[in-house]
Design a binder for this molecule. Structure first.
Ligand code: AMP
Ligand code: MG
Length: 491
């Protein structure tokens, strides 16, 4: 049932998740905060949600801080489990509250979640709160991902709490309002499976299919069809990360969205200089979630989903396992298909040939050996084609002239002129990504009350594929030999 109050910003809540069996959630209210203050409000997202900006500017902070519950919302904390760095743990929303699902004017159902909204039954020893820096960080990076066309949760707002959170030092507290297709994770299925109640798991499966994979509703082999579909979306998503140099940093199974969105921006960051083993997270000592490991970790995470689904397949579990393994083994080729189409597009190629994969990987080897910036390399290649001359510095890079000759012979078999190849490249190779230095600069300023650098950075994301005078300061990455960039989990 949707309840809508005239005076509110246009919220239209309809809380279907809360109709699942009670084991999946705990009704929990956000803990009110002292002084709710708006830090960032995403007017584009608000508009897409059908919310009235003018009212949000007034009422928003109280709602986003959890001080007021909008009419129709049914706040809950969701239960889930997850493999964290390979170890299974029961988790749940320890510092987040799902206000409910909002129906957009075009009838999309989205979760509205407050992250950092206080303690819940799943908080364990945590304080349920979040610091301002990491919440602004999630806002910035999720906007950056959106600008690059990569499926992602969105950030509607960052709201200050007026309270401190105690980390290694006291930090200003904040709450992020996150909009997601849903917060159903691989870990939600693991949680249901660990309870060992087939009926719960079947209900979760039916609910998730209905919400995210409605075409499969009448499938005879639902668990397998669902698994195949989730696998496909994950392969697509992770290939997109690999094509822009994104390192998620904490690909635990509780951070894998079944809807196929990038979720939970903690220690994530983008590559500057290309190196396949890049790790940014201060806690990822083994490099489990290093850049090059992301596809294989995705397959590992999908294996955990398959294990959970075995319970709902009728008949002999061994047969079910065999069938899941068969599907799981298609992951590398499924991923490779998405990746190669994307890699070819980055090189201006519209068709696929057998040698293309080697052309791309040889370019990566050149980047690695000469410590080239991942993003700039593609931009420079496209510019060189457009202007019919390669940047003189660039042409000195070991092996690059020979590689360019090979690539030129390849794109000679493509439709259109050389300039057309360059133009195609310019539509898919970003000039602007959330550069680590710029993100840090924005966060340091924001923490001392200056949001100007954050706003300028967000502005630069608006034209990620064009070189403009305004976005020039946002184009350059860190130089080779710079201090390695290090990120911390967003707690
Ligand atoms: P994350 O690293 O944000 O994916 O969180 C992993 C798990 O730790 C989730 O169950 C969170 O709810 C929980 N968690 C993270 N930070 C806190 C906190 N400050 N208080 C309580 N729970 C937390
Ligand atoms: Mg998480």
């Amino acid at each position: 049932m949707s309840i809508k109050k005239k005076s509110d910003a246009g919220w239209c809540f309809d809380n279907s998740f809360a109709h699942l069996p009670e084991v999946f959630f705990s009704p929990t209210k956000p803990e009110p905060v002292r002084h709710a203050g708006q830090i960032l409000l995403n007017e584009t997202v608000a508009k897409d949600l059908g919310l009235t900006i003018e009212i949000l500017r007034l009422d928003g902070p109280q709602v986003f801080a959890g001080n007021e519950i909008p009419s129709g919302a049914m706040p809950i904390a969701q239960a889930y489990a997850g493999h964290q760095f390979g170890h299974f743990t029961n988790l749940g929303d320890g510092r987040a509250i799902l206000l409910g699902e909002h129906l957009t004017p075009d009838k999309q159902r989205v979760d509205v979640q407050l992250k950092g909204s206080g303690r819940t039954p799943y908080s364990r020893s945590g304080d349920g709160r979040a610091a301002l820096g990491p919440m602004i960080r999630e806002y910035i990076i999720s906007e950056g991902m959106e600008s690059l066309g990569i499926p992602t949760t969105r950030s509607l707002s960052v709201t200050a709490t007026g309270e401190s959170v105690l980390r290694s030092t006291p930090l200003p507290g904040a709450i992020l309002t996150r909009i997601a297709k849903s917060h159903i994770r691989v870990g939600t299925f693991q949680y249901a499976a660990a309870l060992g109640d087939k009926e719960n798991l079947s209900q979760l499966l039916a609910y998730t299919v209905d919400r995210h994979y409605p075409d499969l509703r009448n499938s005879d082999d639902l668990p397998f069809a669902f698994f195949q579909a989730v696998l496909d979306r994950q392969a697509d998503l992770v290939s997109r990360w690999m094509l822009v140099g994104f390192v998620h940093g904490v690909m635990n199974t509780d951070n894998v969205s079944i809807a196929g969105e990038t979720i939970d921006y903690g220690p994530c960051a983008f590559l500057d200089v290309y190196h396949p083993e890049t790790v940014f997270s201060s806690i990822d000592h083994q490099g489990r979630y290093a850049f090059q490991n992301q596809p294989s970790i995705t397959q590992w995470n999908l294996a955990r989903l398959a294990e959970s689904l075995v319970q709902v397949v009728p008949g002999n579990p061994e047969d079910a396992v065999g069938k899941f393994v068969e599907i799981l083994e298609t992951f590398p080729s499924c991923y490779e298909k998405y990746f190669q189409i994307g890699a070819n597009a980055k090189l201006g190629l519209t068709t696929l040939e057998k040698e293309d994969s080697a052309i791309y990987s040889d370019l990566l080897k050149i980047m690695e050996e000469s410590q080239l910036d991942f993003t700039e390399t593609f931009v420079t290649l496209a510019d060189g084609l457009e202007q019919s001359e390669v940047d003189p510095e660039f042409s000195k890079v070991a092996g690059l002239s020979d590689w360019i000759k090979r690539w030129s012979q390849r794109f000679a078999r493509e439709p259109g002129s050389v300039v057309d190849v360059a133009k195609r490249m310019q539509t898919v190779n970003p000039v602007i990504i959330p550069r680590n230095l710029k993100v840090e600069e924005a966060l340091v300023a924001a923490e001392s009350g200056d949001l100007e650098p954050t706003h300028r950075l967000l502005e630069a994301f608006k034209l990620p594929f064009s070189k403009t005078k305004e976005n020039e300061p946002y184009q350059k990455g860190a130089l080779p030999g710079s201090q390695p960039y290090c990120t911390f989990c967003g707690t």
